[in-house]
Each structure stands twice: as C-alpha cells, then as structure tokens.
Design a protein around this ligand. Structure first.
Ligand SMILES: NC(=O)c1ccc[n+]([C@@H]2O[C@H](COP(=O)([O-])OP(=O)(O)OC[C@H]3O[C@@H](n4cnc5c(N)ncnc54)[C@H](OP(=O)(O)O)[C@@H]3O)[C@@H](O)[C@H]2O)c1
Length: 410
C-alpha cells in the first residue's frame, strides 16, 4: 500500500474558504496534498479537509492524480462507524475515484503515465492523489468523463454482480429494488433494461418519481407498503428482490419471491436514522433478519443470498471477478446501453453538505466529489427546516453554522 511520511494534519477548513480558487488546485509539485479526513466516528462535523503527505507508489501500485471521487451511502455508514470491523480513525474515506496516472511502482505493466483511469481504493480515495494496486485500476474510454467514471465503478459493479452473477437475471424476469432513484438503484434499472422484457418494481421518495419513471416499470412511494401493490400487478410475486433496507423488508422480500426466486441482502440503509449511529435501529434490523428459517426456504424453493462488494474486493481477493465485471460494463457503456447518472458535483470542502444531501434523501443518481472544483461561496441560510439527519450536540467548527452552499446540480 502507499507509503506516507510523518502525518501533517494541518487544519485548512477555515483557510480554504478564503483562498483563491487557483490556490486550491496548485499542489501538483508539492510534497503535500489535500484530503478529506474523518477524525472520529460520528456526525458530519467529524469530516475535515486537511493536508496530508504525498503518497508514493509501492511495488505493484499506480499513483493517480484524482479528478473525481464517488460518494456512496456506504461512506455515511463508515463515517458513523456503522460497518463491520471499522478501521481506526483518523482515516481518509472513499473507495473509488477517477483521474490520470501520474507515476507507477515496479511491476505495473499495462499502464502509462497520462492514462485516464478509474480505480478502487481500500479507503483514501477522497484525496488529490491516491496510490492503489494495479489490479484495481481500469482504463476508461475517451468519451467517459471523470465524474461519470467515479459514478460508475462501485454502483454498476455491485448491480451487475448481484443481477447477473448471484441472481442469474434472464429474459422475462422481474426485479424489485429499493431506493430506485439512488446510485445503485439507477444502475440496477439500467442493467435490467439490457435484458429483454424485464419488469422492474422500484420504491423511492415520491419527488423522484417523475425523474426516474422512464427507468422503472412500476414505481411505489417508499412510505407505503409495496407488498400488496406488487401483488396487485404480479400476484405470483417477483423473481429477484434486491434489498438494501435489511430488517422488516427482509420478510417482505422473501414473501414476495416466486418459487426459485432469489432474495439478495446488500445493504442496511435503514440503520441510518440520524447523523450518528443508532444501536436501536441496528438491533431492530438484525432481530428481523435473524428470524429467517432455512427449512422454510427449502420448502418454498427460495434462494437467500448476501452481497458485499467491499468484502469481496478487499477481504476475499475477488479482484479478478470484479475486473471481469468492469470489462463487461465498460463494453455496455461503449455500446451506449448504460450511462452513470451523476446527481451533483461537490468540492472536497463541501463534503459535509454532500453527505447531508444523502441524509435528506435528495439525490437522484450519484454524488461526486470533484477535486478541482472550488467550493461554492457560503450563502446565508434562512431555512428553518430541520433535516432528517437531525441536530447534533457536537461542536460546530468554523463559521458554517448558519450558512449553506448551493450544490452544482447537473
Ligand atoms: N453490498 C454492496 O456491495 C453495496 C455496494 C454499494 C451500495 N450498497 C448499498 O446500497 C444502498 C444504496 O447505495 P447507494 O450508494 O447507491 O446510495 P443511494 O441509493 O444513492 O442512497 C441514497 C438514497 O437511499 C434512500 N434511503 C434509504 N434509507 C435511507 C436513510 N436512512 N437515509 C437516507 N437515505 C435513505 C434514499 O432514497 P429514497 O428516499 O428515494 O428511498 C436516498 O436518496 C445502500 O444501502 C448501500 O449501503 C451495497
């Protein structure tokens, strides 16, 4: 992994707001770089932009000058420490980025300085520069923008592997997906459209329905009980349930499966009920899942599966399977059959606001941290609405308490 010298965590958050835009991206020759650092598990105020020593590539690693980073729901869970076996803080979050190859360690055949790439990183992606093993780096097509590439990797690979490798999606099947307007949800919808006659049932917040109705066959308000609605349309149920809301949805999903159908648990978004970790929602979710009975699965001819991309790639050595999936997905992109949907672009310094947008369920598609973007000037915030993330008792650093940034919506 990348080697770093003595850590220089210099607080720059206040300073950055006052800097000229050119200064924000002028560290190309520097021995330091800007990065988002999570100082401890908790709310969004645990995130800061700091300077870190420039990483240098080790044997088998590629050094990438980052242009864009993907912000996933998983990053909210990491921030809260709401994941299995979290690493120690301080840490630089982020699992995926796109950019330009700047240098290479030994044994890195196949890449050249200047190559446009996207890459997975085992943390540390939200920085100006990352070093990551060659096997996790993929060249991107000339017509793919850096934000598109950063929006592509995790969402589409997870969706692809679940649909085609775990559930064996085929012509004429039906799929139920939650959070259909989100990053993974839209990747699932697009990949389903590459197979003839696939029916997609989706749940999403109502304000998203107009924007995503073309991609989902039957859309339901996330607040209603979707089970009777699906049964009205398809009394026999569905072939594949993709559940990122583990808990009571697990029982509902299994009940909706046709014989020989596959239920895949791949997330627990519903455990995020506020800005900080809630043990109550964690316990409630797992209590529901614990009730699943394998003998019932056998009697009813149903398949129950789980999928964790991060574990597959970083803990279980699944890089070859991931690489094959990436190649197939890039081919679908070049054939114009799929296209990542970028919800909005944010500067590194705007990471808190970006995360808040997900807490507030505001995104359609993927949020991107654009490393070269300057923060939008702070505006006075006259909103009296309380966000879903709720208030937090922690200190509020800086002068941002009553100010907000207007996001750059694509
Ligand atoms: N297992 C894996 O390998 C893997 C890989 C990638 C992602 N995931 C999981 O897939 C799910 C989607 O990930 P994503 O990155 O594409 O995120 P996303 O769907 O873009 O996440 C944001 C959306 O999730 C919905 N949501 C559901 N519960 C929420 C909550 N408690 N707080 C805020 N929003 C909530 C909201 O949409 P609506 O209001 O419209 O429902 C929101 O707009 C997450 O559970 C994530 O952990 C798993």
């Amino acid at each position: 992994m990348a080697q770093e010298g003595t850590e220089v965590v210099e607080e720059t958050e206040q300073m950055i707001d006052k800097m000229e835009p050119e200064n924000l991206i002028s560290s190309v020759d520097s021995k330091e770089m800007r990065a988002v650092v999570l100082t401890g598990f908790g709310g969004i105020n645990k995130l800061k932009v700091t300077k870190k020593p420039m990483p240098e590539p080790q044997e088998g690693e590629v050094k990438i000058r980052v242009k864009a980073c993907g912000l996933n729901f998983l990053d909210l869970m990491v921030r809260q420490g709401n994941i299995d076996n979290p690493p120690k803080t301080p840490l630089v979050p982020g699992f995926e980025c796109s950019g330009i190859v700047e240098a290479m360690g030994g044994n890195t055949k196949g890449f050249e300085i200047g190559d446009r790439v996207m890459a997975f990183v085992n943390y540390n992606a939200w920085a100006e520069v990352v070093c990551t093993p060659l096997d996790l780096v993929y060249k991107i097509p000339d017509n793919m923008t850096f934000p598109e590439a950063a929006a592509f990797s995790m969402n589409f690979v997870a969706a692809y592997m679940m649909l085609f490798e775990v559930a064996n999606l085929r012509e004429g099947m039906s799929v139920l997906v939650h959070s259909a307007g989100g990053g993974v949800g839209q990747a699932v919808a697009q990949l389903c459209s590459t197979v003839p006659n696939v029916t997609v049932f989706g749940t999403a917040s109502p304000f998203k329905h107009e924007a995503i109705k073309h991609s989902v066959t039957h859309l339901f308000d996330r607040n209603i009980d979707y089970v009777p609605e699906v049964k009205k349309i398809s009394p026999e149920g569905v072939d594949i349930v993709l559940d990122c809301l583990c808990g009571e949805n697990t029982g509902k999903g299994l009940a909706l499966l046709k014989p020989m159908g596959t239920y895949i648990l791949y997330g627990s978004s519903n455990m995020v009920t506020g800005e900080t970790r809630s043990f109550f929602s964690f316990a409630k979710s797992w209590w529901q899942v614990e009730k699943v009975n394998p003998i019932k699965l056998y009697e009813e001819n149903k398949v129950m599966a789980g999928f964790s991309f991060l574990n597959l790639l970083f803990k279980q050595g699944g890089w070859r399977q991931v690489k094959t999936a990436v190649q197939k997905l890039l081919s679908l992109y070049e054939q114009k059959k799929i296209k990542p949907i970028v919800d909005s672009l944010w500067a590194l310094e705007e990471v808190k606001e970006a995360m808040q947008r997900i807490h507030d369920r505001g995104n359609i598609g993927k949020l991107i941290l654009d490393v070269e973007k300057s923060p939008t000037p702070l505006m006075a915030n006259d909103s009296t609405e309380t966000s879903e993330a709720g208030e937090e008792d922690e200190e509020h650093e800086g002068d941002t308490d009553n100010k907000e940034r207007i996001p750059f919506i694509q």
